[in-house]
Design a protein around this ligand. Structure first.
Ligand code: GLU
Length: 489
């Protein structure tokens, strides 16, 4: 098995692109195949300079490694289409010579004129095909001498595929089963542009053939191109690889998840945006794996290795799948919980230092440990500012509602009890607190609420015992005193 991911560097890697890369990778790893990365950079007009770099970086971030491609070598290279031009020209010539393609000299005005002539309600987008090619200036309508003259004069031309009508183009898609297209609906696709560069269609099939690709796995948006590819393979007498078209990714409100409607709904489309937002790579990979594939049982959390073992083309669905950001967040929570606190602390220390002057990785790791079950994103821990500095204000509504006349007095007395405490541990603190309320004959809340307010400034959060252990005895005392002074009711 040889599979490939063939992105065009026309923009940053898209989440849909990462899913395609992932499915190819999983299948290759599962079956001991080879995963090729090929850069399809023939469209000079849409070229984005740092897009290739982004694609490589994002795949590396996600842990998706490839065996052949830019930077990895391989015996089928080069793996950038811009470095393979001669081969496309050679194949285009061969197709013209065998009568499967022809030269067309039409300029834009005559193409527009043709479309205007034929445009009607039943034919809103007239095509260059068996119904119109006779009217145009091409090597089928002109004699050899006229063609030679045009060529000698340097007249720009394109090479078009000669699509014969009345043929059914059929192939078996590994996801969708038998797919049929009538050749009447396929236009005489441009294979070589007037700048001498191939179009996607030509370069794609030449490379898939030359790189011995056995399975073409790509998004459903490429399905309409496939009959053209099948016709090209047939014209060259080459074997058609197994085709597999992955289901569309849909917007939560229905319809294709286009860049525009995604942005409207606050859904990032570039992988780098997920990296910047602080998502765990395992979470995004896990989420994308299940966006179109299901394991057939209840398991949801999968590592990349587990996905390799479980993934099967037969369980890739046909119907579009809705993008659900909440679900991605859920996966992020699951993955965060499985990560060692020390690792997260190492990552977050620079930000913690910048925001709070926190230089103590161990302290940060301890804070993360307390907050882990409550975190969606790793950086959420830094939103709980009281873990790092004394609260500057106290939740007014909560204070108004729950800070009682006796609260200050209770707190002060408890501070006294704490001063005598010998073992500053969670257990020791819990014991101290319980014997304090028992002795005072007050309810748990009568102490817990003012204490929490004093230490954190907010009404909810992690266990107070662990918070006190984290900030230590001295800081606990200062925060209690400060609250007593500041909260006047
Ligand atoms: N270059 C195409 C893209 O940008 C490749 C499609 C295919 O896999 O054939 O996705």
């Amino acid at each position: 098995m040889r599979v490939r991911f063939a992105p065009s560097p026309t923009g940053y890697l898209h989440i849909g692109g990462l899913r395609t890369a992932l499915y190819n990778y999983l299948l290759a790893r599962r079956h001991g195949g080879v995963f090729v990365l090929r850069i399809e950079d023939t469209d000079q007009t849409r070229f984005v300079a740092d897009a290739e770099q982004d694609i490589l970086a994002m795949m590396a971030w996600a842990g998706i490694t490839y065996d052949e491609g830019p930077g990895a070598g391989g015996e089928y290279g080069p793996y950038r289409q811009s470095e393979r031009s001669d081969r496309y020209a050679e194949i285009a010539d061969a197709l013209v010579a065998s009568g499967h393609a022809y030269l067309a000299f039409d300029d834009n005005e005559s193409l527009d004129a043709m479309r205007n002539r034929h445009r009607s309600e039943s034919n809103p987008n007239p095509r260059y095909d068996h119904t119109t090619r006779e009217e145009m200036r091409n090597s089928l309508t002109m004699d050899g001498e006229a063609v030679s003259q045009l060529l000698d004069a340097g007249t720009p031309y394109v090479v078009r595929l000669l699509v014969k009508p009345g043929k059914t183009v059929a192939f078996t898609d590994a996801v969708r089963g038998e797919v049929r297209f009538e050749s009447d609906t396929v236009d005489d696709q441009v294979l070589m542009k007037s700048d001498g560069l191939p179009t996607y269609h030509l370069a794609n099939i030449v490379d898939d053939h030359d790189m011995a690709i056995t399975h073409v796995i790509r998004g459903e948006e490429w399905l309409p191109s496939t009959p053209k590819h099948v016709l090209l393979y047939e014209a060259m007498g080459w074997e058609v690889p197994t085709m597999a078209h992955l289901p569309l990714i849909l917007s939560p409100t229905g319809g294709k998840l286009s860049k525009r409607n995604a942005e409207k709904q606050g859904i990032p489309v570039s992988v780098s945006q997920y990296v910047d937002a602080g998502y765990e790579p395992e979470a995004l990979v896990n989420f994308l794996a299940l966006l179109g594939w299901n394991p057939g049982d209840e398991q949801e959390v999968f590592s990349l290795g587990e996905l390799v073992d479980a993934f099967a083309m037969e369980r890739v669905g046909q119907s579009g799948v809705q993008f659900d950001l909440q679900k991605l967040n859920w996966f992020n929570e699951q993955w965060l919980r499985s990560k060692p606190e020390a690792e997260l602390a190492r990552r977050l220390l620079p930000v913690a230092n910048e925001r709070f002057g926190c230089e103590d990785e161990k302290y940060l790791a301890q804070a993360i440990g307390m907050m882990k079950e409550r975190m969606t994103m790793a950086a959420d821990v830094l939103d709980a500012e009281y873990l790092f500095e004394a609260p500057t204000d106290y939740d007014e509504k909560a204070v108004a509602k729950r800070w009682k006349e006796k609260s200050s007095e209770t707190l002060a007395a408890f501070a006294g009890a704490l001063a005598d405490l010998e073992t500053w541990t969670e257990d020791g603190l819990e014991e101290a607190l319980k014997s304090f309320i028992a002795a005072k004959e007050i309810g748990m809340g009568a102490l817990m609420f003012p204490l929490r307010m004093a230490l954190s400034g907010v009404g909810g959060g992690p266990s107070l015992y662990s918070l006190m252990v984290l900030i230590g005895a001295d800081v606990t005392q200062t925060r209690i005193q400060r609250a007593i002074e500041r909260i006047n009711v």
